[in-house]
Ligand binder design. Sequence first.
Ligand code: NIG
Ligand code: FE
Length: 413
Amino acid sequence: MKNPLLIGPISHVLTLDKLLSKGALKDEQLEIIPNAGILIEGEKILQVGPWEKLKKDFPEAELFIFEGEYVALPGMVDCHTHICFGGSRAKDFAMRNAGKTYLEIAESGGGIWDTVTQTRKLSLDELAEITNKNANRHLSEGVTTIEVKSGYGLSVEQELKMLRAIQLANQTSKADLIPTCLAAHMKPRDFSGSNSEYLELIVAELFPILRKENLTNRIDAFVEKSAFSPEEIRPYFQKAKEMGFKLTAHADQFTTGGSAVAVKFGAVSADHLEASGEKEIELLAQYNTIAVALPGASIGLGCAFTPARKILNKGGALAIASDWNPGSAPMGDLLVQASILATFEKLSTAEVFAGITFRAAAALGLNDRGKLASGQLADFILFPTSDYREILYQQGKLKPEMVWKRGKLSDVG
Ligand code: NIG
Ligand code: FE
């Protein structure tokens, strides 16, 4: 057995340990260990504590020493992305900013269907390569776990291609990719039946293969007027649940209805929620479904932000994700977006850090990451500063200088 590795000294380690999984948080609640070390063995953290004490208690440990001021945080978790896609929607974006409506954009060949057409043209290997490249960019910026959705295939065969590409990219990227099936993104234009018939086809023909090939254990659906109604999604979620899948939903983005379905079916998360009102916020707070804010989509579309402050004040669990996708959220910078959400929604640093670490991990059903504590994965990032508040103050422009993933230092350069 190799000796453990002691990494440090680190000016301040923010463990994010011992914080509640739901509700508002104050910065005074943050556990901050000054002049600290992180002791790891293989992929896991053995102990986090004062540098000198760890050195004394573990004389056999190998040392990884550096100079300078650093703040350590758990590696970020992005619990909602669509980074597996072909083509670009720069034309949509320009048209939208020039005042064109959703319908005008769709009629000129834009929207989700445009990305479906571009994605279908690519081979599995080409798609895996794009996903790998996007994942590595995220990793270099400190995102060590990335959820990735399908949803630009929209046929049994094309959704399988996407999920196999995500599986392949997971083998090549050092980041952990968590796949999700979003075959219920919209009814494909080349499907002649009804919305419900399309969903029935997915249940009957795609779900069993997802299980057999172990391609994902997560099913997502876009519950929205332009996609699928709550009534159409209920039987879909019911079948998915019976087959043992975990559920998540694109909910309340423009109109409400999705969050109630998500909560009722015990979904792990309800994402978007820009249109959620008092009733929806109250409901989310009562259940364990995690509310995921996607500020990247609000910024990309010029729409209101998710009512994050109200969700937290009511006692809900709030995670923050990038929604990185070619249409509504092309930026793909989680820290920038979370910082901006914080200023508009008046979120404490503790609430933002929780939302992009352990609360986001919980939205993926993962409890082995998102905190710096013994037994957790050795996923952590080091920012070149001595004051943790600089991270949001610089609005995401201060990037981590070191990214450790499963106990290995990544090359972030
Ligand atoms: O999360 N809301 C639906 N789906 C994506 C957008 C996908 C796209 O425009 O390509 C979202 O914002
Ligand atoms: Fe999305």
